[in-house]
Design a protein around this ligand. Structure first.
Ligand code: NDP
Length: 298
């Protein structure tokens, strides 16, 4: 029976550390990290994420700037706001909540963000730095997964890792981070042949697919570590008519019998994303001011 990796508790510790770093930055350097979050439209799930980001940013002692734009906002208006935030000395991190409505080209918006303020790590400069071993800003969800893995396993050198999913926001950066941590990495996707056999060889399985409970217990090598990034809402008639519940991409009840450790959904990877976003904002400020982030505070 697997250990359940408590991402919620780990994320709380990351946020406490960020709050100590922010206090030190205020005391020693007289500056406060600021995070701007831009939401276009009124998608309910995105609205909840943005509210949580604002709340946790303020709880960490940082400045929060929330910009909510109507669903019919045109690209030029959003780009003008991004440029204004790029020039704002109080803003050290900029996050534009994705997805954007169809009239706006996401790639144009991402490339307009100052790479030094790109706390999502999606700008091509940061993508390039991640893939060439440079000190850029790294996407929050994959970095959160890496932190959970290193907390559990320590040095990852030589371990076989399978990343299921190859999106630009999760799968690919996750694979780059694991490679940089000296894992032997395989990236699987919808055209992969015999995914169960591939997963069965892995010491680490990362699921980032978006298909509820797809990865089964008999795909997992006994003792392997399983990180489930998926967030899927499925019907839950047991809770009452019309009710739903969240599940991951891994069949948790099945996989926990084989795995050595596994993240639950909810309460696994999800809480790490915002915690790493706050940490990235502090790091962005340190990079821009030449402050040694690693030496800031334990
Ligand atoms: P995408 O839809 O962008 O990518 C999904 C990937 O899964 C694709 O590469 C696709 O392959 C692959 N895939 C689809 N079907 C299969 C299959 N049958 N077998 C193998 N691979 C398959 O999703 P994201 O990467 O954006 O997100 C993945 C999941 O993670 C979602 O559930 C999302 O909600 C969640 N998520 C959670 C976050 C968090 O904070 N915890 C943050 C971001 C995402 P192909 O490329 O061939 O189409």
């Amino acid at each position: 029976m697997a250990d359940i990796i408590n991402g919620k508790a780990f994320a709380a510790r990351v946020r406490e550390k960020v709050a100590r770093q922010v206090a030190r930055l205020k005391a020693d350097f007289g500056c406060t990290p600021g995070l701007a979050v831009v939401l276009v439209g009124d998608d309910a799930a995105s609205g909840i994420y943005v509210r949580n980001k604002v709340k946790q940013t303020e709880e960490a002692g940082m400045r929060s700037f929330a910009h909510r734009l109507p669903i019919d906002t045109d690209e030029a208006t959003l780009l003008a706001l991004v440029r204004q935030l790029n020039d704002d000395k109080d803003v050290h991190g900029i996050l534009v909540q994705l997805p954007l409505p169809p009239q706006i080209d996401e790639a144009s918006v991402i490339s307009a963000i100052d790479p030094a303020k790109d706390v999502d790590g999606f700008h091509l400069l940061n993508v390039g730095l991640l893939n060439t071993g440079g000190a850029g800003l790294v996407p929050c969800t994959p970095l959160g997964c890496l932190m959970l893995l290193q907390d559990r396993l320590g040095d990852l050198s030589g371990l076989d890792a399978v990343v299921v999913g190859r999106s630009n926001i999760v799968g690919k950066p996750m694979a780059s981070l694991l490679l940089a941590a000296n894992c032997t990495v395989t990236i699987a996707h919808s055209r992969t042949r015999d995914l169960p056999a591939l997963c069965r060889r892995a010491d680490i399985v990362i699921a980032a697919v978006g298909r509820p409970q797809m990865i089964k217990g008999d795909w997992i090598k006994p003792g392997a570590t399983v990180i489930d990034v998926g967030i899927n809402r499925i019907p839950a008639p047991e809770k009452g008519e019309g009710k739903t519940r969240l599940v991951g991409d891994v069949d948790f009840d099945d996989a926990k019998e084989a795995a050595g450790a596994i993240t639950p959904v909810p309460g696994g990877v999800g809480p790490m994303t915002i915690a790493v976003l706050l940490s990235n904002t502090v790091r962005a400020m340190c990079l821009s001011k030449g402050i040694d982030h690693a030496a800031l505070v334990d």
